[in-house]
Design a protein around this ligand. Structure first.
Ligand SMILES: Cc1cc2nc3c(=O)[nH]c(=O)nc-3n(C[C@H](O)[C@H](O)[C@H](O)COP(=O)(O)OP(=O)(O)OC[C@H]3O[C@@H](n4cnc5c(N)ncnc54)[C@H](O)[C@@H]3O)c2cc1C
Length: 398
């Protein structure tokens, strides 16, 4: 098949549908976000709109009620949501869980979860990070022990986004402990399993973590105390959760890149508009000065490159390429896009001078939102490690 950079009509339609839908909410955006902040919850009216335009169904096959348009289409939708100044954070965590269920779930799990995800009636979140296991996922200690028809989970998770809005969370736990693996001479990558946990179950304690990033998505520390999970809710094979996890983490990184691209483009357009109007010396717009224009031109070039990388990663995922290959593209896309978003917003602030720091222009709050993506869901240092080891074959230092 020839190389083709055209989006399909369906993909273009997603972009237009999201844009048109959000245009209705833009006049009330400040009010909606303020209400979200006050009530500490995701705006429900917006959630149903996301479902209605098909964003929750992009990764769901038609036989389970989705539209199956794929990750490229979803990434386009994410760009639009972010460009409009809303946050698709909860859509991001639900998309990663959806991909995992579609590729690793049992038929019963697909029938139980996917139609409810696609029509927007169920929200999901993802829980892997622990106080001693962020970058080093293999260090997780949350234990899941089989007990008849259930697993009993004990342990803790941290920085879990959106659990207060979610009906279920996809939890990564150890079915074989690190000590047992040592005795058995097995690698640390073995012994992890994935569970769909009802967030209303007994045995879950939630503590809000104060992170002033997004009005629509809150983070929590969770404690599991004899949390009972039906064995039917194990996703993929016991002890072999690592491969199933790849089917969550790759789309997460690709969609994080799409978010960053939306942020970068919005900041760039704001900066260009201001640079064309603002006059400081005589009648020359500041955009005529190369110290203002060149950084913005560099952002434009990096934006085109990051967008191509992101679409390539999403295309490879949609076409069922090997998860390790998709992982390489996904990591590279997230790396480029996160650096770009921070740079774009920083240059936009510079272009606006003092106004760049005002709430009205909104760039300062966007900067912290963009900065997050250099650290999470995977840090830029770990991406460099991954590329050095996986793509260049260099030795591991840690
Ligand atoms: C707002 C927010 C939302 C989040 N949402 C979720 C969520 O929904 N679910 C979830 O499970 N997690 C979530 N996280 C957790 C996030 O994925 C982790 O914070 C992230 O992976 C980094 O882990 P850490 O914080 O433990 O940092 P650490 O692992 O302590 O790392 C600290 C620093 O050391 C660097 N470092 C560590 N090891 C190496 C090495 N070998 N080489 C080079 N550098 C290294 C890291 O890159 C990092 O810069 C969220 C975090 C935030 C801030």
């Amino acid at each position: 098949m020839p190389l083709d950079f055209e989006l399909s009509d369906e993909q273009k339609l997603v972009r237009t549908a999201v844009k048109t839908m959000l245009a209705k909410y833009l006049p009330r955006q400040k009010e909606i976000l303020a209400q979200s902040r006050a009530e500490k919850r995701f705006p429900e009216e917006l959630w149903q709109e996301y479902a209605n335009v098909g964003l929750t169904g992009c990764l769901v096959p038609e036989k389970y009620g989705g539209n199956n348009m794929g990750l490229v289409a979803l990434a386009l939708g994410f760009e639009e949501v972010t460009y409009s100044g809303f946050s698709p954070g909860l859509l991001l965590v639900i998309a990663m869980d959806t991909a995992c269920i579609v590729r690793n779930g049992t038929e019963e799990q697909k029938q139980r979860f996917l139609p409810k995800i696609a029509d927007g009636s169920w929200k999901l979140c993802f829980a892997v990070t622990e106080p001693n296991a962020g970058t080093n996922t293999f260090n997780i200690e949350t234990a899941a022990k089989r007990d008849g028809d259930s697993y009993i989970l004990n342990g803790q998770k941290t920085f879990i986004s959106g659990v207060d809005s979610a009906d279920y969370m996809l939890v990564v736990a150890r079915t074989t402990s690190l000590e047992e693996l040592k005795e058995q001479g097995k690698p640390k990558s073995f012994g992890m399993s994935l569970f769909l946990v009802d967030t209303k179950s007994k045995g879950i304690e939630m503590h809000d973590i104060a992170i002033p990033l997004s009005e629509e998505l809150n983070q929590f520390q969770l404690f599991f105390d004899d949390l009972q999970v039906p064995a039917d809710n194990l996703v993929g094979e016991e002890d072999n959760g690592i491969m199933a996890m790849f089917n969550s983490l790759n789309p997460e990184r690709i969609l994080a890149a799409a978010i960053c691209i939306g942020m970068a483009e919005s900041a760039l357009n704001k900066a260009v508009a201001y640079a064309g109007e603002r006059r400081v010396f005589k009648d020359t717009p500041i955009g005529a000065y190369q110290s203002i224009a060149h950084p913005l031109a560099e952002v434009k070039i990096a934006l085109e490159a990051a967008r191509l990388m992101t679409y390539k990663a999403a295309w490879a995922f949609d076409n069922g390429h090997n998860p390790l290959e998709v992982g390489s593209y996904a990591n590279m896309a997230k790396f480029m896009a996160a650096d770009l978003a921070v740079k774009a917003i920083d240059h936009a602030i510079e272009t606006h001078g003092g106004l760049g720091f005002t709430e009205e222009v909104g760039l300062i709050s966007q900067w912290s939102g963009a900065r997050l993506f250099k650290t999470a869901p995977v840090s830029r240092e770990m991406i460099l490690n991954y590329v050095a080891e996986q793509n260049l074959g260099l030795p591991k230092s840690y």
